[in-house]
Design a protein around this ligand. Structure first.
Ligand code: C2O
Length: 486
C-alpha cells in the first residue's frame, strides 16, 4: 500500500452483487492462503489456529501432516481473548495482521494494493437482506467457473437456504449493547457493560460484555449451528477462523466498537494502564513478514494510523434517537456501587428440555436503592452465571413470565449464545471450568409489565427456551440466576 493511504472497509451488502471485485479478490486471496501448509504462519489454517486449534475438530486435518513445532503452537495458537476487556482490541489486532497477509496474497496474484475486508452489517434495519449471507458466500464457483473459496462445505450444521438465509432473527442481531454507557464490566455490581470485565490473558470463560454476547456470539452459533455429530465452523473457537464469514463478522464487531465510542453518553475506552498497556497480557503475534510483534490496546486505538491504516465507510449511530422517558433512554447511565441483590436461585438449572421454567422469590429493595427511588428509575438486571455444557451448544432464549402464555416476543429478555461454552466448561480453562456468565438489562420489560399490571414484585418467573434443537449429551446448565435492582 502506498504510504499514508487508508483501506476502507465497506458494508458487504453495498458492494456489487454477487461478484464485486472486493469479493472476487477475497475469494482468490483465501484460496492462495489455503494452498499454504498449516506450518506456514501465513497460511489460512495457521491464521485460524491463532484463534483456537483442536486437532479433533479440524475438518482439514491430513494424516501425518506436520504441524508447527510444539513451542511455536504454545506461543502463538489458542490466543483469542474472550469474556475480557481485551476482547475488542485483541480481535482488532488479529484482523489487522490477517488483512495485511491476505492483501499481500492478493497483490501477488495481480490484485489491488488497497483491498480491505468488507463487514457484514446483519443489524441494518434498512436492508431486507441484512441477515442473509451475500451470494458470494454461497456460490460454488467464481465467475470464471473455478472453485469459490468463500463457500465451504463444513460451514453449516443447521444449513442455510440457497438465498443465503441463516437461522438469524432480530433478537440475535439486536444492538441494545450500544446503550450500555460503560465499557468495563464489574461482575460484582450485577449491571451490564459494553466491553468486558477486567482480566489478564483470558482465552474464554467468565462474565461477558454486552457486545460480545449479542450480536457477536449469536451470529457465531447461528451461522455455524451444531448437531449431534458436532458443530459448524463458526460455532467453536477452534474452527471459527477457518470460515471467511468469521472475518467479515468481526469487522462489523470492530466497527460497532467505533460506533459505540462515537455515541453521546458512552464513557469511552478504559483509561487504566492495565488495559492500555495490557500489563501481563500483551498480545503476541507473527506479522505479515513472519516476525514476532507484540501489541497492547494503546497501539491500535486509532485504526486509521499505524500499524493497520483502515477506516469504515459508516460509523453513524444506528439507534433511533428517542425522546427520553422511562425505559427509553438511548444510553444507560450507571450509579456505581448501588446495585442490590434481591433474589437468586438456590441450585443449578438443567436446560435439558426445550422449555424450562423457574421462579425466583424477590425481596423488596432496601438501603440506597430504596432511598433513591423517588429521584430515579429503578433498573433491573438479570444475571445468568456459570453456564456450562459438555458439548457445543447453540442459543437459549430467556423470557420473563412462566405460564403457557409466556414466550411473547415483547417479554423476550435476550437470546443467549453458547459460543465458547465448551471451552469455558473445561476444568483446565482460564476460569477453571466455571462457564459463561451473561447480564441482561430487563428494566424496559419490567416497566412494561408494571404498566400492564402483569408485574409481581414478590416473584419473577422465567422461561428458558432452546432456540435450536438441543443435541444429545450436551448437559447445558445455568449455575445460578440472580436479580439485581439499581
Ligand atoms: Cu474470538 Cu468471534 O471470536
Amino acid at each position: 500500500m502506498a504510504n499514508g493511504s487508508v483501506r476502507t472497509r465497506r458494508d458487504v451488502w453495498t458492494l456489487q452483487q454477487p461478484w464485486d471485485p472486493v469479493l472476487e479478490w477475497y475469494a482468490r486471496g483465501v484460496a492462495a492462503m489455503r494452498a499454504r501448509p498449516i506450518a506456514d504462519p501465513l497460511s489460512w489454517r495457521y491464521q485460524a489456529a491463532i484463534h483456537g486449534y483442536d486437532p479433533s475438530v479440524d475438518p482439514y486435518r491430513q494424516p501425518g501432516e506436520a504441524l508447527p513445532a510444539a513451542g511455536e503452537r504454545q506461543r502463538y495458537w489458542n490466543q483469542c481473548q474472550h469474556s475480557s476487556w481485551f476482547f475488542l482490541p485483541w480481535h482488532r489486532v488479529y484482523l489487522g495482521i490477517w488483512e495485511r497477509i491476505l492483501s499481500d496474497a492478493i497483490v501477488q496474484l495481480g490484485g489491488p494494493a488497497d483491498w480491505a475486508l468488507p463487514y457484514w452489517n446483519y443489524s441494518d434495519a434498512a436492508n431486507p437482506d441484512a441477515m442473509k449471507l451475500p451470494p458470494a458466500f454461497m456460490a460454488a464457483t467464481l465467475p470464471d467457473s473455478t472453485p469459490n473459496a468463500l463457500s465451504l462445505e463444513p460451514r453449516f450444521r443447521m444449513g442455510a437456504e440457497p438465498d443465503g438465509s441463516v437461522a438469524l432473527d432480530e433478537s440475535d442481531v439486536s444492538l441494545d449493547c450500544l446503550r450500555d454507557g460503560t465499557f468495563t464490566l464489574d461482575p460484582s455490581s450485577g449491571a451490564p457493560a459494553f466491553g468486558g470485565p477486567i482480566t489478564l490473558f483470558n482465552h474464554g470463560g467468565g462474565p461477558t460484555g454486552s457486545l460480545e454476547r449479542t450480536p457477536h456470539g449469536n451470529v457465531h452459533v447461528a451461522v455455524g449451528g451444531f448437531d449431534d455429530n458436532g458443530a459448524g465452523l463458526m460455532s467453536q473457537f477452534e474452527t471459527a477462523g477457518l470460515d471467511p464469514v468469521f472475518w467479515m463478522h468481526h469487522a462489523n464487531i470492530d466497527r460497532l466498537w467505533q460506533v459505540w465510542l462515537g455515541r453521546a453518553g458512552s464513557t469511552g475506552n478504559p483509561s487504566s494502564l492495565d488495559w492500555l498497556n495490557a500489563t501481563g497480557a500483551r498480545f503476541r503475534f507473527r506479522d505479515h513478514t513472519g516476525a514476532e510483534r507484540t501489541f497492547a490496546p494503546a497501539d491500535v486505538l486509532d485504526s486509521g494510523a499505524e500499524p493497520f491504516h483502515y477506516a469504515y465507510d459508516d460509523v453513524a449511530d444506528p439507534l433511533p434517537v428517542v425522546v427520553a422517558g422511562p425505559g427509553l433512554e438511548s444510553v444507560r447511565t450507571r450509579e456505581a456501587a448501588m446495585a442490590e441483590l434481591v433474589g437468586a436461585t438456590r441450585g443449578p438449572i438443567a436446560l435439558s428440555s426445550p422449555t424450562t421454567r423457574i421462579g425466583i422469590d424477590l425481596a423488596q429493595p432496601s438501603g440506597p436503592v430504596l432511598e433513591s427511588l423517588g429521584q430515579r428509575q429503578l433498573r433491573v438486571y438479570l444475571n445468568l452465571s456459570n453456564i456450562t455444557a459438555k458439548r457445543a451448544a447453540s442459543r437459549v432464549r430467556v423470557y420473563l413470565g412462566g405460564g403457557e402464555s409466556g414466550q411473547r416476543d415483547e417479554d423476550l429478555a435476550g437470546t443467549l449464545p453458547m459460543f465458547g461454552v465448551e471451552t469455558a466448561s473445561r476444568p483446565d480453562s482460564d476460569h477453571g471450568g466455571s462457564g459463561l456468565s451473561y447480564v441482561l438489562d430487563i428494566t424496559d420489560i419490567v416497566g412494561r409489565l408494571k404498566a400492564q399490571g402483569r408485574w409481581n414484585p414478590d416473584r419473577l418467573d422465567l422461561s428458558f427456551v432452546a432456540r435450536d434443537r438441543l443435541g444429545a449429551d450436551v448437559e447445558l446448565k445455568v449455575g445460578s440466576v440472580s436479580v439485581h435492582y439499581e
